[in-house]
Design a binder for this molecule. Structure first.
Ligand SMILES: *Cc1c(COP(=O)(O)O)cnc(C)c1O
Length: 379
């Protein structure tokens, strides 16, 4: 079965050369815009591509405001700050995520709490969230307080895994009831929609990544999404060293960050964004092919959840158990077909093993079984 799948993947990508998990595709005006950017000398922190890229991502996602950042991790961190997360707070997230999510919480000197995911979305489970909040927290002066630690739970960071939307409307309404701000980690889900609305636009703030392995890239980069004009202004201010607008004076009114995306990266982003619909169409077609192949071979393919349109950033299969998973990873990688297991759960890593969790049944089940398949755009 594994040998047949390898053959099928080589046929899909029309090569017997090494096939990587996800490579970027540059097939548009990248070189034109980069040359224009260099010729203008505005390659750094200001320039027309920065403004254009923010405006176009806002239009594409339907968010009222979009603020560029140096990377997606910084976008989450700033998202948490503008959402009101402070030192010694706690922030709920899922353990089944890339390390950035947990690190961004820790950069705010807050502590993550890891709650279980749903098996069909791989995103934070509204039931796990509701159960935890009802049993383990109380309201004090309009804040959610963890009964065990007496600390304030100020935010919740659900993540849209591999581009598949979480049950984000339910998560937002549960968090609203408990006075918790939602900061969506939409790093992987540019071009994914839940009930017709773009991921990253349900919560108070959303964060996107344009790292080299994502659905489109700026080399490195990220974007903060929000519908709140005050938060948008604050995000722009603190990502640009908190410099007060003035023709020549260096005046700063708080400790800001040098987190703005350079114009040269934004130029790449503008060119990539023009191709995004083509990339996503190709990825959805590839997913369709994988689904057919997996059905034939008796493998369980991870489909987009109900009520969702996924960008299928990374395709995934769910194997029988950890032994089969490991055998699958060895055979495919030995054949130069780039497959990867899903991330180790955050609560198992040395930095986060002291953090509070619930039973994490689904997260542990998925950790043992989920493997990503090569998912580069095929043109
Ligand atoms: C890629 C990614 C990020 C952000 O990554 P950067 O490399 O900092 O742009 C954050 N969260 C998740 C889940 C990701 O996959």
């Amino acid at each position: 079965m594994h040998a047949e799948l390898i053959k099928e993947i080589q046929t899909l990508f029309s090569t017997e050369e090494p096939i990587y998990l996800h490579e970027p595709t540059f097939n548009g005006k990248e070189k034109e815009y980069l040359n224009e950017c260099i010729d203008s000398t505005f390659v750094s922190s200001v320039g027309k591509f920065v403004d254009q890229f923010e405006q176009q991502i806002a239009e594409y996602t339907g968010a009222k405001h979009a603020i560029v950042t140096v990377n997606g991790t910084a976008a989450i961190q700033i998202g948490l700050i503008v959402a009101g997360v402070e030192q010694d707070d706690e922030v709920i997230t899922q353990p089944l995520t890339f390390i950035s999510t947990a690190n961004a919480i820790q950069y705010c000197n807050a502590t993550p709490i890891f709650l279980d995911v749903d098996k069909d979305t791989l995103g934070l489970s509204p039931i796990a969230l509701k159960t935890f909040l009802e049993n383990e927290t109380t309201q004090v002066d309009g804040h959610c307080v963890n009964k065990k630690t007496n600390k304030r739970i100020s935010a919740c960071v659900p993540m849209h895994t591999f581009g598949h939307p979480a049950r984000i409307d339910e998560i937002v309404s549960i968090c609203n009831e408990h006075n918790i701000a939602v900061v969506e980690d939409a790093a992987e889900s540019l071009g994914s929609y839940y009930k017709g609305k773009h991921t990253g636009t349900f919560g108070l703030v959303g964060a996107i990544s344009f790292n080299g392995n994502k659905v489109m890239t700026t080399g490195g980069g990220g974007m903060i999404l929000t519908n709140d004009v005050v938060l948008a202004k604050k995000a722009k201010h603190i990502t640009t060293q908190a410099k007060m607008p003035h023709a020549w004076e260096y005046a700063h009114d708080e400790i800001g960050y040098n987190y703005r995306m350079p114009n040269i990266n934004a130029a790449l982003g503008c060119a990539q964004l023009e191709q995004l619909p083509t990339f996503i169409a190709s990825k959805r077609k590839l997913a369709e092919s994988y689904r057919t192949i997996c059905d034939t071979l008796g493998l369980q393919f991870l489909n987009e959840p109900a009520d969702s349109i996924s960008n299928y950033w990374l395709n995934a299969v769910i194997l029988e158990n950890r032994e089969e998973r490991d055998a699958f990873l060895s055979i495919t990688n030995e054949s130069k077909v780039g497959t990867r297991p899903i991330w180790q759960l955050m609560n198992k890593l040395p930095m986060y093993k002291h953090c509070q969790t619930d039973a994490l049944e689904n997260a542990m089940w998925l950790e043992d079984r989920v493997v990503n398949l090569p998912s580069t755009v095929i043109l």
